[in-house]
Ligand binder design. Structure first.
Ligand code: FE
Ligand code: FE
Ligand code: MG
Length: 166
Protein backbone atom coordinates (compact mmCIF):
# COMPACT_ATOMS: atom_id res chain seq x y z
CA UNK A 1 0.00 0.00 0.00
CA UNK A 2 0.99 3.59 -0.31
CA UNK A 3 3.16 5.21 2.30
CA UNK A 4 0.38 7.34 3.81
CA UNK A 5 -1.89 4.33 4.10
CA UNK A 6 0.77 2.55 6.13
CA UNK A 7 1.74 5.66 8.05
CA UNK A 8 -1.69 6.09 9.63
CA UNK A 9 -1.33 2.65 11.22
CA UNK A 10 1.88 4.00 12.65
CA UNK A 11 3.55 2.23 15.52
CA UNK A 12 0.97 -0.56 15.63
CA UNK A 13 1.95 -2.00 12.22
CA UNK A 14 4.14 -4.67 13.80
CA UNK A 15 1.46 -5.72 16.25
CA UNK A 16 -1.22 -5.79 13.56
CA UNK A 17 0.99 -7.83 11.23
CA UNK A 18 1.50 -10.39 13.96
CA UNK A 19 -2.25 -10.76 14.51
CA UNK A 20 -2.90 -10.99 10.77
CA UNK A 21 -0.12 -13.55 10.28
CA UNK A 22 -1.62 -15.81 12.93
CA UNK A 23 -5.15 -15.43 11.54
CA UNK A 24 -3.81 -16.26 8.08
CA UNK A 25 -2.52 -19.62 9.37
CA UNK A 26 -5.89 -20.26 11.06
CA UNK A 27 -7.77 -19.66 7.81
CA UNK A 28 -5.70 -22.13 5.79
CA UNK A 29 -5.99 -24.81 8.45
CA UNK A 30 -9.75 -24.19 8.74
CA UNK A 31 -10.03 -24.41 4.96
CA UNK A 32 -8.32 -27.80 4.86
CA UNK A 33 -10.23 -29.17 7.84
CA UNK A 34 -13.54 -28.28 6.15
CA UNK A 35 -12.49 -29.34 2.68
CA UNK A 36 -11.35 -32.80 3.76
CA UNK A 37 -14.19 -33.22 6.26
CA UNK A 38 -16.69 -32.60 3.45
CA UNK A 39 -15.22 -35.50 1.48
CA UNK A 40 -15.11 -37.93 4.40
CA UNK A 41 -18.47 -37.17 6.07
CA UNK A 42 -20.70 -40.13 6.93
CA UNK A 43 -23.99 -40.40 8.78
CA UNK A 44 -27.39 -38.71 9.00
CA UNK A 45 -27.98 -35.74 6.69
CA UNK A 46 -24.61 -36.37 5.06
CA UNK A 47 -25.50 -34.46 1.88
CA UNK A 48 -26.55 -31.33 3.77
CA UNK A 49 -23.48 -31.47 6.01
CA UNK A 50 -21.14 -31.96 3.05
CA UNK A 51 -22.67 -29.00 1.21
CA UNK A 52 -22.31 -26.75 4.26
CA UNK A 53 -18.73 -27.83 4.98
CA UNK A 54 -17.74 -27.22 1.36
CA UNK A 55 -19.33 -23.80 1.39
CA UNK A 56 -17.46 -22.93 4.57
CA UNK A 57 -14.20 -24.24 3.08
CA UNK A 58 -14.63 -21.77 0.22
CA UNK A 59 -15.29 -18.96 2.71
CA UNK A 60 -12.15 -19.78 4.73
CA UNK A 61 -10.04 -19.74 1.57
CA UNK A 62 -11.54 -16.35 0.71
CA UNK A 63 -10.67 -15.18 4.23
CA UNK A 64 -7.06 -16.34 3.72
CA UNK A 65 -7.02 -14.28 0.53
CA UNK A 66 -8.38 -11.15 2.26
CA UNK A 67 -5.98 -11.47 5.20
CA UNK A 68 -2.96 -12.04 2.94
CA UNK A 69 -3.82 -8.94 0.92
CA UNK A 70 -3.87 -6.83 4.07
CA UNK A 71 -0.56 -8.33 5.29
CA UNK A 72 1.07 -7.38 1.99
CA UNK A 73 -0.48 -3.89 2.07
CA UNK A 74 1.09 -3.35 5.47
CA UNK A 75 4.49 -4.39 4.16
CA UNK A 76 4.51 -7.90 5.61
CA UNK A 77 4.79 -11.35 4.05
CA UNK A 78 2.28 -14.13 4.74
CA UNK A 79 3.78 -17.44 5.99
CA UNK A 80 5.78 -18.65 3.03
CA UNK A 81 5.65 -22.31 4.02
CA UNK A 82 2.66 -24.41 5.23
CA UNK A 83 4.82 -25.87 7.98
CA UNK A 84 4.75 -22.43 9.64
CA UNK A 85 0.96 -22.60 9.97
CA UNK A 86 1.24 -24.91 12.96
CA UNK A 87 3.50 -22.50 14.81
CA UNK A 88 1.42 -19.45 14.00
CA UNK A 89 -2.11 -20.78 14.44
CA UNK A 90 -4.42 -19.66 17.26
CA UNK A 91 -7.12 -22.24 16.66
CA UNK A 92 -5.05 -25.22 15.60
CA UNK A 93 -6.09 -28.09 13.36
CA UNK A 94 -8.53 -30.79 14.36
CA UNK A 95 -7.96 -33.69 11.95
CA UNK A 96 -11.21 -35.23 10.66
CA UNK A 97 -10.15 -38.75 11.63
CA UNK A 98 -13.68 -39.67 12.71
CA UNK A 99 -15.96 -39.14 9.67
CA UNK A 100 -19.17 -39.14 11.74
CA UNK A 101 -21.10 -36.00 10.83
CA UNK A 102 -21.74 -35.19 14.50
CA UNK A 103 -18.03 -35.38 15.28
CA UNK A 104 -17.13 -33.22 12.27
CA UNK A 105 -19.73 -30.64 13.27
CA UNK A 106 -18.44 -30.58 16.83
CA UNK A 107 -14.84 -30.06 15.67
CA UNK A 108 -15.74 -27.32 13.23
CA UNK A 109 -18.00 -25.53 15.73
CA UNK A 110 -15.05 -25.42 18.10
CA UNK A 111 -12.95 -23.94 15.30
CA UNK A 112 -15.56 -21.29 14.51
CA UNK A 113 -15.83 -20.33 18.17
CA UNK A 114 -12.09 -19.86 18.25
CA UNK A 115 -12.18 -17.82 15.02
CA UNK A 116 -14.89 -15.56 16.45
CA UNK A 117 -12.65 -14.85 19.48
CA UNK A 118 -9.62 -14.22 17.25
CA UNK A 119 -11.37 -11.61 15.09
CA UNK A 120 -13.08 -10.08 18.09
CA UNK A 121 -9.64 -9.58 19.66
CA UNK A 122 -8.31 -8.20 16.35
CA UNK A 123 -11.14 -5.66 16.28
CA UNK A 124 -10.34 -4.54 19.81
CA UNK A 125 -6.64 -4.14 18.93
CA UNK A 126 -7.27 -2.15 15.74
CA UNK A 127 -10.32 -0.07 16.64
CA UNK A 128 -8.36 3.13 17.31
CA UNK A 129 -5.48 3.14 14.85
CA UNK A 130 -6.17 0.79 11.95
CA UNK A 131 -9.68 1.22 10.52
CA UNK A 132 -8.90 -0.84 7.43
CA UNK A 133 -7.88 -3.93 9.41
CA UNK A 134 -10.75 -3.29 11.82
CA UNK A 135 -13.20 -3.36 8.92
CA UNK A 136 -11.61 -6.54 7.54
CA UNK A 137 -11.85 -8.26 10.93
CA UNK A 138 -15.49 -7.19 11.22
CA UNK A 139 -16.30 -8.57 7.77
CA UNK A 140 -14.64 -11.89 8.48
CA UNK A 141 -16.11 -12.18 11.97
CA UNK A 142 -19.58 -11.68 10.49
CA UNK A 143 -18.96 -14.78 8.33
CA UNK A 144 -17.60 -16.78 11.26
CA UNK A 145 -20.67 -15.98 13.35
CA UNK A 146 -22.82 -17.22 10.49
CA UNK A 147 -20.69 -20.35 10.16
CA UNK A 148 -21.13 -21.19 13.83
CA UNK A 149 -24.87 -20.69 13.55
CA UNK A 150 -25.16 -22.85 10.41
CA UNK A 151 -23.24 -25.72 12.00
CA UNK A 152 -25.20 -25.57 15.25
CA UNK A 153 -28.47 -25.57 13.27
CA UNK A 154 -27.35 -28.73 11.45
CA UNK A 155 -26.37 -30.30 14.75
CA UNK A 156 -29.85 -29.57 16.10
CA UNK A 157 -31.57 -31.00 13.01
CA UNK A 158 -29.56 -34.19 13.22
CA UNK A 159 -30.29 -34.56 16.93
CA UNK A 160 -34.01 -34.14 16.26
CA UNK A 161 -33.90 -36.62 13.40
CA UNK A 162 -32.06 -39.25 15.41
CA UNK A 163 -34.37 -38.76 18.44
CA UNK A 164 -37.48 -39.19 16.26
CA UNK A 165 -36.24 -42.52 14.95
CA UNK A 166 -35.74 -43.98 18.40
FE1 FE B 1 -12.49 -17.81 8.33
FE1 FE C 1 -15.50 -19.97 9.51
MG1 MG D 1 -22.93 -21.63 5.83
Amino acid sequence: MGTRGREIVGKSVKKVLKLLGKAYADEWLAYYQYWLGAKLAKGPMKEAVMAELLQHAADELRHADLVSNRIIQLGGTPATSPKDWYELTNCGYDAPVDPNVMKLLEQNIKGEQCAISVYNAMMKETRDDDPVTYNLALQIMTDEVEHEEDLQALQEDIELMVARKK
